[in-house]
Design a protein around this ligand. Sequence first.
Ligand code: SF4
Ligand code: SF4
Length: 329
Amino acid sequence: MKWIAFLEDYFTRGLRLAILVCVLALLFPSARFYALLILSLLLFLHGVTTWKRGGWRYVVPLLVLAAVGLTALGVANHERNKVGDYLAVHRPLALSLAPDGVYEGEGPGNNGPLRVRLRVLDGRLTSVRVVRHRDAVYAFDDVLPRLVGRATLDTSDLAGFVFRNERSLAGLQAAMENAVLPAIFDAPRMSSFAKSVFYVTANEGGRITLNALAILFIVLLAFDYAFGPTLRPGLGQSLNCYNCQACVGVCPVKMVDGDPFPMIMVLQARLGNVARVAELAKYCVGCGKCAAKCPVGNSGPSIASAAFQVWRSRERRRRKIEIQEARHG
Ligand code: SF4
Ligand code: SF4
């Protein structure tokens, strides 16, 4: 299939994983910074170690990206500091400064972002609702009614009313301030640019981050290693192997380089390592005993022949590219 060959040529496993990390990193707010950092470091190391074979193509863009990222972070931090300075002078924020209306804002909660919706009428809070948070479901039940009717966004006297955690209370106050601040005419505002910089670099170094990274890792493995073989005729069957070694028991070869044979061929095919399968295939004598024993229908010769087809077409393409490169000096 030509489109698979195209994907293999231009979307190598490294690039596929990089794209997936980027996509999934955006889906896991608390892990995205770690994920992107790990990805960048791996690409950088790969680029440095393969510098002469074109690794510079990774390193140079990464260095440019790092410089742009640091500059963007500096600009975004400058904006955040201006907001912080304003709040330091005007805290607690008087609601008489904000026009009547309904506002929504986000702050850093205990286990992740916390979002509030509040209504201001005649300089007073008439309702406050936490619309999203990752605390205990009842964490804010006692504190929200006590905020209604206040003329300032002050939570300093409510420390005992949030379930267990002071960070949640600080996050609630920050979320309310972030909601109201853009409506106050002389207050500094964070630009969309600064918000998007902080969105990408958001990082919660807690339990959630490690969980998210674990999920990320599992999804990457499942996606890349499972779908790779299924796209190739004859190799998808290798995913069914459950290492029972029944094939090894009947195979006259049994071991190659310390690995159980032919199971190792099946496992290498599953990983997409068709070059290794092609190497191992020469040990098979084609007796067919493994096919009769495998409970999921695998057999050494069928996996070897499917992997060999893939390996041969890859080798042809590789040689063609080498010849073209040699011609163009
Ligand atoms: S066909 Fe090959 S892999 Fe299968 S049992 Fe015979 S020698 Fe072993
Ligand atoms: S018999 Fe089939 S399922 Fe069992 S290890 Fe061999 S290939 Fe895998």
